[in-house]
Design a binder for this molecule. Structure first.
Ligand code: FAD
Length: 324
């Protein structure tokens, strides 16, 4: 009953979600009294691999090949599937990130595996059967998925589990990829353009989001100031990005990014079902809206009825004062 976790990095630095999925997979491995193996693909330094090792993997397989320097869905899926077969893996864990969403169904198809994506809790394991809680219908419901297949693939949402160090003796093994099949490289990434150096929205623990209630892009400083004070990422509703007030990369919801931060501030957002679809698995939701009847209050953990232009600067000042 071997457990393998695939870890993602950006230009050689493991993402926050990489540490989270290692902790998630480690919990499964501990339950099964099995060692944990991690798989990293691309150009990563030994120091960075050793840092990852502090989180409980007893073996880190590192595949480095120039064709695999950037994420390429079919190429990565082939390497991971090959490793799953070679290592006799039964539980395969990865992050439910953009790349994870691309990889997980490919892996399930290649390995004839059962797949649970949008995973939001640790699984219950009973013999060779695993049951796990996931979100369903764009976050409107939870589903409990039971997997019976010999290989089980779990794509875990960001912020599902706190990563924690778990010192283990880690062997770092450089692995040659099995024969590279050119059929896996029909589409290649030519250039990666970083659009922001701020906290990445899908991974952020705190998100401050603005809607049409902000009246225009010139008022976004109140959202950005609060986000900066909290060390949060900035998001927005769809009409805001459609109007060009904010970039589409900040649009959350059914047709935008799905997020599950620990804390979500919705400022001047009505709470339409399509917006909630992308944010309802946030752990704590704070709503600021001047309309007490705004639908968002029905799902809020904390609701503040009032004018965002008065309240948000006061909140920012209070956060700054608390930090000092
Ligand atoms: P509004 O609905 O206009 O709400 C503005 C809110 O601001 C109001 O509640 C108002 O009371 C409040 N307000 C006004 N002034 C102030 C003030 N001074 N202080 C405090 N509060 C104030 N939407 C998404 O967000 N994401 C999606 O992915 C998405 N996908 C969609 C897909 C489809 C197929 C469709 C049909 C719609 C989709 N929508 C999506 C749009 C969605 O239905 C709503 O129209 C949208 O979420 C509303 O955005 P909003 O809350 O910013 O604006």
């Amino acid at each position: 009953m071997s457990v393998l976790v695939f870890v993602e990095h950006t230009e050689g630095q493991f993402k926050k979600s990489a540490y989270e999925v290692v902790s998630y997979a480690k919990a499964i491995a501990k339950h099964l009294h099995q060692p944990l193996t991690a798989l990293a693909i691309g150009n990563i330094t030994t120091e960075e691999l050793q840092r990852l090792g502090r989180y409980g993997a007893s073996k880190i397989l590192h595949v480095n090949h120039h064709k695999l320097a950037s994420f390429i869905n079919q190429g990565y899926a082939s390497v991971i599937a090959h490793t799953v077969r070679e290592e006799g893996v039964e539980f395969m864990v990865l992050s439910n990130s953009f790349s994870g969403k691309d990889l997980a169904p490919r892996l399930a198809a290649k390995l004839q595996a059962g797949l649970a994506s949008n995973v939001v809790a640790l699984p219950e394991i009973d013999g060779d059967q695993l049951t796990v809680k996931t979100t369903a219908f764009s976050g409107k419901a939870f589903a409990y998925i039971t997997l019976h297949s010999p290989v089980k693939v779990l794509a875990v949402n960001a912020n599902t589990i706190e990563s924690k160090e778990d010192p283990t003796t880690t062997n770092i093994v450089a692995l040659e990829p099995a024969a590279i099949d050119m059929a896996d490289f029909k589409a290649m990434i030519k250039e990666l353009i970083q659009t922001t150096d701020k906290v990445a929205l899908p991974e952020a623990e705190i998100v401050v989001s603005g809607g049409r209630g902000l009246k225009g892009p010139e008022n976004w400083n109140i959202i950005e100031d609060l986000a900066e004070a909290l060390g949060a990422a900035v998001a927005c509703s769809k009409p805001v990005s459609d109007a060009g007030w904010r970039p589409h990369s900040e649009h959350v919801g059914q047709t935008g990014i799905t997020i599950s931060p620990k804390l979500y501030f919705a400022v001047g957002i009505s709470g339409a079902i399509q917006h909630l679809a992308g944010v309802s698995s946030s752990k704590v939701i704070v709503v600021i809206n001047k309309d007490p009847e705004a639908p968002f209050f029905k799902v809020a953990d904390y609701g503040i009825v009032g004018d965002a232009f008065e309240l948000v600067p006061k909140l920012t000042a209070a956060v700054k004062a608390y930090k000092n």
